[in-house]
Design a binder for this molecule. Structure first.
Ligand code: SF4
Length: 318
């Protein structure tokens, strides 16, 4: 019977290019990320390019769901793997270096940290979360060599293409820094996933859509879209309590996400459409805790609008 869904990069009737679809096609088996904390720091926290970090970032460097730093990295990985295997007994893991900035150290330290995972047979890939201003050419060259043995994803936090927003959230690097990094990664085997946050203070719909449109022109492989999570104890939470800036409602978020998906090329993998905050530390918005409902509502709304990822994509990349 002919498939009704106009979008084909999904096995479960989604209208966007799901991460699950990509993983299944690429590895022909169930693969999941195991989040790790390698105890790196961040130049935006230690004064190198900023102090105090991005205003939305938690004390754990946005790695609140990562492994326990008291365990060595392989122990963290094995524990995370076992936990995931209680759900998918035969699943394979990707080592996801999530907390802080995972290339913010000399190359020798990166080699020590990543080599055991590159050599390990039961690790399908490495996912390395970092910043655009922390990937020097020698690191890219070494990771490129490693990518001949193992898939390597570079996860670049961008959050917004707008420097006014970047300054407001104390991002500590500009959009030009990000573009420079993308140009230096271009042509390597490294896979690039870019993170955007929707609902940052004082960003309009037009600004969020522009971030998506510009990403759609770049040589990247995946994106993660997040709703802003105001986590207790962060600078942004304190700002919210002081100024009470507007937060997106669930309906507004769904509308923006769908319009962003329409702008992305069909081949771009969507690793996430909502984020995972630790629920007890979430100040607002509370609707983000109902992740399955948000994802289902995105699906329903896409059907209602008869739309899909790439509907308004225009190819004119760099
Ligand atoms: S770059 Fe990442 S780890 Fe550093 S402060 Fe910003 S969100 Fe936190």
């Amino acid at each position: 019977m002919k498939k009704q869904n106009p979008f084909y990069y999904s096995d479960d009737n989604k209208r966007y290019h799901t991460w699950n679809y990509y993983l299944k096609k690429h590895y022909q088996e169930k693969v999941f990320k195991v989040a790790l904390n390698a105890n790196f720091s961040c130049p935006n926290r230690d004064g190198t390019c900023g102090i105090g970090g991005c205003t939305f970032c938690t004390a754990l460097g946005s790695g609140d769901c990562a492994g326990d730093v008291e365990d060595d990295l392989m122990t963290q990985y094995q524990k995370g793997l076992q936990l995931m295997r209680s759900k998918w007994p035969n699943g394979k893991g990707m080592a996801y270096f999530q907390a802080y900035t995972n290339t913010y150290a000399p190359l020798s330290v990166l080699k020590q940290t990543f080599t055991p995972f590159i050599e390990a047979e039961d690790v399908k890939a490495l996912c390395i979360a970092t910043r655009a201003d922390c990937l020097e050419d020698d690191k890219i060259a070494w990771l490129q060599e490693c990518s001949e043995k193992k898939d390597i994803w570079i996860e670049l936090g961008l959050q917004s293409i707008h420097d006014t927003t970047a300054r407001m959230v104390n991002r500590g690097h500009s959009f030009a820094d990000f573009l420079d990094c993308i140009q230096r990664l271009k042509g390597s085997n490294l896979k690039i996933c870019v993170h955007l946050i929707n609902g940052l203070p004082f960003e309009s719909d037009t600004m969020m859509l522009e971030s998506a449109r510009v990403l759609s022109t770049l040589p990247i492989h995946a994106v993660k879209l997040h709703m802003l999570h105001l986590m207790k104890g962060t600078k942004m939470a304190a700002q919210y309590i002081r100024e009470s800036f507007p937060l997106l409602t669930k309906e507004q978020y769904i509308d923006i996400v769908i319009r962003q998906l329409e702008l992305f090329p069909p081949h771009l993998v969507i690793q996430r459409l909502t984020g995972d905050g630790v629920q007890q530390n979430l100040l607002a918005p509370q609707w983000t805790c109902k992740k399955v409902i948000v994802l289902n509502d995105i699906d329903k709304e896409m059907v209602k609008r008869n739309t899909w990822q790439g509907k308004f994509y225009q190819a004119n990349g760099i």
